[in-house]
Design a protein around this ligand. Structure first.
Ligand code: PHE
Length: 454
């Protein structure tokens, strides 16, 4: 029953899909609020360093593993190493992607719910901080609202995944990504033309190094991993749909750049909008749910701005969610011989069930804490702070030391011959990045996160 393996229709199809995966809640929500409460430009500089030294080598490693092995993460690790231990690592990545898809959907469901609030006009009718807070509380404590939108969100993603790589993932992203960029440009324009925009830009551009702690460095690393969707099998799986002659480097570098640009543009939009109302973007995760709605009621065209903003976030979240589920789907198809339809049904159904306690973490289950965290926070913590960095580390170490950097770079050269001839330093960058710099830095940051350096 093993039918022909799916692939992208065009190289651009991969680029759109990978950008769709990379651009998500981490860009439009997490990046702005982290910049807001972790030292402004100081955090941006740390993040850029993490991207260059760690994120990009890991990203290229994963796409390369996928392209070379043409299999899901577990099958890919086995095919390139013949080792049970590495096969297990690949399986861990598949499971991590699945865990991410479950909590991500619960959170994206809230945003979906806010999109409906925006459409109904309730968001732009808000006139005080208390009203914004009251609306937030009334929605968040309603279990039907949380679970209902979580289900709706997963349903949309399921529909896209059901139709396959070319028709669902590729075509969906080719529509969603340009739409997202247009909406974002409109919002940046709106933000920059508001009175007080200069204040927002000044905040964004002035680094406050006193805010930078070990935890902030760790979160810059985590951000560079999570935003590129590495460490959880997504990029191995998307890479596996590439042809052998695809130019990996000149696809991946623009993807990382666009992803970063979108983070920065979102921050400009959010900061200028927030400062125009005399507020500050230091409220953390609540930025999206308390601070912004308060602004929508005050600016001209607030209804449209609110609608566009939440539409932007939902689009970004859908294209990321489908990419978090795809590794498990590919695994079930490649290793277990399932049809795509069965694999999608199981994966979406299971992600829905696992996501329910997350969706209920601020309503029915708000009393329950595990290690002082809600179920949602615990799952997000275990996945993004532990499993994802371990998965990303495994990918570069695999390429650098198990598969072997010589063979790996030979493979990377395929499709990129011209580029490497013109710029041989790129190979040197990847050789040192994959073998030494990225592994060493991830381990250091990780040990620091565990408190080993006091
Ligand atoms: N990169 C996505 C974001 O920025 C998150 C994601 C991670 C999606 C892993 C898929 C897989 O929000």
């Amino acid at each position: 029953m093993s039918t022909e393996r799916e692939s992208w229709k065009s190289r651009l199809g991969f680029v759109f899909a990978a950008v769709g995966s990379a651009v998500g809640l981490a860009n439009i929500w997490k990046f702005p609020y982290t910049v807001g409460n972790s030292g402004g430009a100081a955090f941006i500089i740390l993040y850029l360093a993490a991207l260059l030294l760690i994120g990009l080598p890991v990203f290229v490693s994963e796409v390369l593993i996928g392209r070379a092995a043409k299999s899901n993460p577990r099958g890919a690790m086995r095919r390139l190493s013949g080792s049970k231990m590495w096969e297990g690592m690949g399986m861990m990545m598949v499971i991590t992607g699945f865990i991410v898809s479950a909590f991500y959907s619960a959170v994206a469901g809230w945003i979906f719910g806010y999109l409906v609030e925006a459409a109904s006009g309730r968001l732009s009718a808000i006139s005080s901080a208390q009203e914004a807070q009251d609306l937030y509380s009334s929605l968040m404590t309603n279990p039907y609202w949380g679970v209902g939108f979580h289900l709706l969100f997963i349903g949309v993603c399921m529909g896209l995944l059901y139709t396959g790589v070319q028709h669902g993932i590729e075509r969906g992203n080719k529509i969603m990504m340009p739409a997202l960029i247009v909406v974002l440009l409109l919002l940046v324009f709106k933000g920059l033309t508001l009175p007080g925009a200069g204040e927002g830009l000044r905040f964004l551009l002035s680094p406050d190094w006193s805010q930078v702690t070990g935890a902030v460095v760790l979160s810059a690393l985590g951000q560079s991993f999570f935003t590129l969707s590495v460490g959880q099998g997504t990029m191995i799986t998307y890479g596996s749909y590439l042809d052998d002659d695809a130019n990996i480097v000149s696809s991946c570098v623009p993807i990382a750049l666009i992803d970063t640009l979108i983070s920065i543009m979102s921050t400009v939009a959010v900061f200028t909008i927030v400062f125009s109302a005399g507020l500050e973007p230091t409220s953390g995760p609540g930025l999206l749910f308390h601070t912004l709605p308060l602004v929508f009621g005050q600016i001209s065209g607030g209804y449209i701005v609110a609608l566009l903003f939440f539409l932007l976030v939902v689009l970004a979240a859908v294209s990321s969610e489908i990419s978090a589920m795809e590794p498990l789907i590919a695994y079930l198809m490649n290793e277990k011989g399932w049809t795509r339809h069965h694999a999608v049904l199981l994966c979406a159904g299971a992600a829905f069930v696992l996501g329910i306690p997350c969706a209920l973490s601020s309503s029915l289950l708000s009393q329950y804490q595990i290690y002082g965290m809600s179920f949602l926070d615990l799952m997000a913590f275990v996945a993004t702070e532990i499993l994802v960095p371990v998965g990303g580390l495994a990918s570069v170490v695999f390429v650098g030391w198990r598969w072997g950097i010589k063979d790996a770079l030979k493979n990377l050269r395929q499709g990129s011959e011209g580029l490497f001839k013109r710029a041989p330093w790129i190979l040197t960058y990847f050789r040192y990045g994959m073998c030494y710099v990225a592994p060493a830095l991830v381990i250091l940051v990780f040990l620091n996160g565990l408190g080993l350096f006091g």
